[in-house]
Design a protein around this ligand. Structure first.
Ligand SMILES: [Zn+2]
Length: 427
């Protein structure tokens, strides 16, 4: 019996040491290896293929927190030291391609989309793996594995366009701060001052919103002044097409208010020389709309009345991996965007399949499960049915939240935001 306990203890110690973070300087230089890759496929299958490798001069991500404890997102990049096989870096992310795979179009067409991820630049040969999450069991499987020699002549080390970079807020070394980067989209050469003013206004609105108001010192904020030939953005459903830096537009997947860009190459080119943990593409338009994908980018318009809250909502997706808690609006996805037989990965919704992994410890005393949406329970943290675009089978933590209807963030979202800020600022 005693021996068994010892064996268990050793197993626990091994598990903990396996998770221990690696020493950045042993494996990496303070630069980035950018990997552009295609995801191709349809509703049923997907494949990945490398398009280009680039050495870029800045690494703005954490230097202590190198292996991702959250593993949010539909994809995961893992970097192994080739000589020892040790996992030395990992990070989860989402893509727009993954959403496209859930649309009607993906049932009859095959498409290929460009994506991009940056990892710290390795000192020695690595093995880089891109994994996708299976819909059947929510686990990750490899889509691509490739050895990369950091001295290879096949890595592009060239400079790209020097866009004007403005410090909106600087609180310290990018490794220990969340570096939020605004990109100008649909601002002409004459509108660059407006872009900086808009980025400042958005920054102010973020840092008066809880919980960001208590974390202002953990952020650097940058603005990259991309010049567009024309003002605004595409509204393809109305026949409007503008020549803009990042090729953005409404009517993503046919939905009028869904504003995104598939042009990830231009988006990553724009941040090649700036410390970047998170991208917000600010679109010079007054029309309601936006979008945001975890560790990919978020987007919103500068001049709509609801702009400030749309920004904070979309940043919830792109920074903290939060799900939409609404379930009554029109969306482009099939009803099977979430499989209610499996626990989703997002921290603020649950199918109750594995509620222990979510906000069980934050429940209000006496909250029944599920929690009725009525007067007696309206202020409780509970398990309210409806969320993730589904009225049945998915549950959210509070009646109202920024991720549902622009109310204050619920306790589960608040905690997830704090955890991500801690991670990205190397706490
Ligand atoms: Zn919430």
């Amino acid at each position: 019996m005693k021996r068994r306990i010892v064996v268990l203890l050793v197993a626990c110690l091994f598990a903990v040491s396996g998770m221990a973070q690696k020493n950045f300087d042993t494996y990496f230089e303070k630069k980035s290896l950018r990997v552009d890759f295609a995801l191709s496929g349809n509703a049923v299958y997907q494949t990945a293929a490398v398009q280009q490798l680039r050495e870029e001069p800045v690494w703005g991500g954490p230097r202590r927190n190198l292996t991702d404890p959250f593993e949010y997102g539909g994809y995961l990049v893992r970097v192994y030291d080739k000589a020892t096989g040790e996992l030395i870096y990992s990070r989860g992310f989402n893509t727009l391609f993954e959403e496209w795979r859930t649309t009607e179009q993906a049932k009859t067409e095959v498409q290929s989309w460009t994506n991009s991820i940056s990892v710290p630049f390795p000192k020695q040969a690595i093995s880089l793996e891109i994994l996708g999450r299976n819909k059947e069991d929510m686990k990750f499987s490899p889509l691509l594995k490739q050895e990369i020699d950091p001295a290879s002549i096949f890595i592009d080390r060239g400079k790209l366009k020097d866009n004007k970079i403005t410090r909106i807020q600087y609180k310290g070394d990018p490794a220990s701060k969340v570096d939020l980067v605004f990109l100008a989209e649909g601002y002409t050469a004459d509108e660059q001052d407006k872009f900086i003013a808009d980025a400042r206004r958005f920054t102010e609105s973020l840092f008066i919103t809880p919980p960001y108001n208590s974390r202002k010192n953990d952020f650097n904020v940058w603005a990259v002044g991309l010049v567009s030939e024309e003002s605004g953005t595409d509204v393809s459903g109305s026949g409007i097409y503008k020549n803009t830096a990042l090729n953005s537009g409404y009517y993503t997947f046919g939905l009028d208010r869904y504003l995104t860009t598939p042009d990830i190459k231009s988006t990553r080119d724009a941040v090649w020389n700036v410390a970047c943990d998170n991208i917000f593409i600010l679109v010079n338009s007054d029309t309601y709309g936006g979008g945001g994908m975890y560790n990919f980018y978020a987007m919103g318009t500068a001049d709509n009345k609801q702009t400030a809250v749309v920004f904070v909502h979309e940043l919830g997706h792109s920074l903290a991996g939060l799900a939409d808690e609404y379930f009554t609006s029109e969306v482009a996805y099939d009803e099977d965007f979430y499989n209610i037989k499996l626990e989703p990965w997002e921290p603020n919704i649950t199918t109750l399949v594995n509620f222990d992994s979510k906000w069980k410890d934050l429940l209000s005393p006496g909250a029944p499960l599920p929690t009725p949406d009525d007067e007696a329970h309206k202020d409780m943290t509970g398990v309210f049915e409806g969320g993730g675009y589904l009225a049945k089978g998915i549950y959210r933590p509070k009646v109202h939240c920024m991720m549902r209807d622009y109310g204050p963030f619920c306790p589960a979202c608040t905690r997830a935001i704090h955890q991500m800020i801690d991670y990205l600022s190397d706490k």
